[in-house]
Every structure is written in C-alpha cells, then in structure tokens.
Design a protein around this ligand. Structure first.
Ligand code: GCO
Length: 254
C-alpha cells in the first residue's frame, strides 16, 4: 500500500471515452480505483469501456448531460442504487469554440460557459453533498487550462470559463475542505487531442507551440496521469485549492 494507492475508491471522470479523460481514467484504474467512464457518444463510450475491461480493470460506464441538473441527480442516484459512490470526481468534459468575441452570439457564449464551468459546479455540488452525507471526504479534480491564467485571441468564452474553473476550485476548497474534501485543478498545456487537432495541423501554430514551450514538444494525454493520480490519492490530503499546470513549462517562461 503506497500513498498513491486508490484501491477501494470509485472515480467518475466526465468526458472520458477518449483524449485526456480516457488517459486519466486509465491511470486512475492502474492505481487501483474503480473507474466510471462518462460520455455522450454511446459507441465511443462502449469502445472505451471494452478497452479498459479487456485490460482487467474494474470499470463502469454512464452517460448523462453534464449541464442538466436533473440528469446529474438521476445519474448519481442510479449509481447509488447500484451501491456506487463517487470518491473521486474529475470534471474533465469540455468544449472549445474558436471565434472572435465580437462575432460570438449569446447562445454560443452560454453553451461554452455551461459546458466548461457550470457543469463542474453542478456535478461538484451534488457529489459533495453525497460525500458530506457519508462523512468520508473525497477528491474534486477540475480540469482547467493554460486559459485558467492567460488568454489568446478567438477563445474568449473558453478562457472566461477556464478562468472561472480555477476560482471555482478555490471556492470549493474554502467551503468543503473542513469536510475532508480536497479540491484542486490541473491546467493542461497544449496536448495533442481531438480538440487541438486543427491547431496541430496548422504548421504556423504547431511551430509556435514547439518553439514557445520549454519542453519543445506538444503534450500527450498520458502526461496528465501522474498529476491526476497524485491529486486523487492520500498523497495530496493536505493540498487544497491549487492548480497544477502540466504544460512543458510554457506558463513559467516569457
Ligand atoms: C486553443 C486550445 C487550448 C487548449 C488548452 C490549452 O484553442 O488555444 O484549444 O485552449 O485546448 O486549453 O491549455
């Protein structure tokens, strides 16, 4: 038993049928957790579930709209009905929308904010209520971004949401730490995923990233595994309200 051991714990990772979410789910399973995969695309979710089951991991799957309060309540109720409680919540699901703000509609703004920020509040609040009822504490891990601290043109709504995720995390710590709940965030840098593929395929942007990043490379979803296991484990029991940037040093240097 190490301080990174997650056996006996259940981890729900939103948006985990691919990309960053799947890599983190697999890492948490490797550390001993029962993982609950989540996604909206049933085929991708089924594929992800089969992939982890075939490796012998203890894995469940669930599908619900992370912006819908009733759907969240029902999903957690269904899990509880099966005797499954969320000990570790990774609010990972998100979306990007690249468009200058002067062209952004109110509906587009709301969609990005609801998906990337309000969802973390809604699911975090309901899971925290369950954790407090059980009195066994737990772990909240919110996935931020470099945009939790800095901006770039065309991603204004996303940046506002990810900035909000950083301070939502601190607010969770302020209110829930005394209940044995540690709330922290991870700020992934530029990772090669479905969301960033258009940027990877753009030679100018790609060159800018590899030149601007001290590690001289894009990150991979696997680069997040160590940090999520640390924040999910007893090793971080006195760590609260922090954001850990996993970005190859991009934010640390001019
Ligand atoms: C963009 C990207 C970024 C990354 C990531 C960086 O358009 O600049 O999508 O937002 O996804 O969030 O930390």
């Amino acid at each position: 038993m190490t301080i990174f051991d997650l056996s006996g714990k259940s981890a729900l990772i939103t948006g985990s049928s691919g990309g960053l979410g799947f890599a983190m789910a697999r890492g948490l399973a490797q550390a001993g957790a029962q993982v609950i995969l989540h996604g909206r695309n049933q085929d991708k979710l089924h594929e992800a579930h089969s992939a982890l089951s075939s490796e012998g991991f203890n894995v469940l799957k669930i599908s619900f709209d992370i912006t819908d309060e009733a759907a969240i309540e029902k999903a957690l109720g269904d899990l509880k009905g099966d005797g499954v409680y969320v000990d570790i919540l990774v609010n990972n699901a998100g979306m990007q929308l690249r468009k200058p703000m002067i062209e952004l509609t109110r509906n587009e703004w709301d969609t990005v904010i609801n998906t990337n920020l309000s969802s973390a509040f809604l699911l975090g609040r309901n899971v925290a209520r369950q954790m407090m009822e059980r009195g066994q504490g737990g772990k909240m891990i919110n996935i931020g971004s470099l945009m939790s601290s800095v901006a770039r043109p065309t991603v204004g709504a996303y940046t506002a949401a990810k900035g909000g995720v950083r301070l939502l995390t601190q607010s969770m710590a302020a209110e829930w730490a005394e209940h044995g709940i540690q709330s922290n965030a991870i700020g992934p840098g530029y990772m090669i995923t479905e969301m960033t593929q258009p940027l990877v395929d753009d030679p100018d942007f790609n060159g800018w990233i590899t030149g601007r990043t001290p590690s001289r490379r894009w990150g991979t979803p696997e680069d997040l595994v160590g940090t999520v296991v640390y924040l999910a484990s007893p090793a971080s029991n006195y760590v609260n309200g922090q954001i850990i940037y996993v970005d190859g040093g991009m934010l640390a240097v001019l």
